[in-house]
Design a protein around this ligand. Sequence first.
Ligand code: SF4
Length: 326
Amino acid sequence: MVNQGKLSNELVTQKALALGFDLIGFAKSEELKEEVERLENWLRERYNGTMSYMERNLEKRLNVKEILPEAKSVISLALNYYTDEAYSNKAGSGKVSRYAFGTDYHYILWDKLEKLITELKEIDPNFSAKSYVDTGPVMDKAWAIHSGLGWMGKHSNIITKEFGSWIFLSTIITNYEFSNYGNVLGDFCGTCTRCIDACPTSAITESYIVNANKCISFLTIENKEEIPNELSGSFENWLFGCDICQDVCPWNKKFSKRTNEPGFFVKNSNKEINLDEIMEMDNIEFKMRFKDSPIMRAKLKGLKRNASFLRAGTDRTILNKTGKNK
Ligand code: SF4
């Protein structure tokens, strides 16, 4: 049954924008054969580090009907999180990735998605949907491309012409069919390789391929093991996450706009963290300071590991400069 009922592209878009989403696109729920093939090649190289969940549920990533059997369309939504705050270069402090300056985006996006789906169901009770914010076996980036929101940069983030790559993505799989679907934009990176050249750990092994085992973001957030010693001294003071590849991107220089979402503004001075403070912090303090922040993800143990790693790297840099470690 074709569900081109009461919910048109225009109405869904209007509702999404009213809830604060910045971009919305629609795609047909086709199989993502090429994307899953690329994912399999990436997994074969073990570039997923310890993210073993990436190896599971490939059939769901390939075909959203494995998640919602009546799926006909996928709606891709983006929320701009850019704040025009400069990163801290204070001595004795570590830098935090811009995405973690404020409240954890999952809470903000889950809330908006829930409201959107409720409103759409009120208009048409036949509307059925499953939604995700990078927590399930759904290829958010692939759907953002298919729905025409943006293209994949060589650093593997999605770049939009409206906000650059400073966006969070969320995805709704639905039984609804729409009359208009987005067009794939194409690739606007051209001959640029700034992100590849700027990465201090050479984590972008080739265009569009990131080796998580070397990526500062992965190593300081998701990784639960020790950070490899050979990377010591190359983290450029990033304590939680890293934005180097996005900061150097000319599209971000051109398209960045300040977010309208107050939840993403800096909270509890979390754009920088004093390394001594972390080393002395106990779990109670950690939970109080980072409540509702993405920094909770690393846990206190991970944050202390990162702080020690930065200190060791800083020491090594100083010793190298004075020649004392020769
Ligand atoms: S820095 Fe250059 S190559 Fe990298 S994503 Fe931006 S435009 Fe593409």
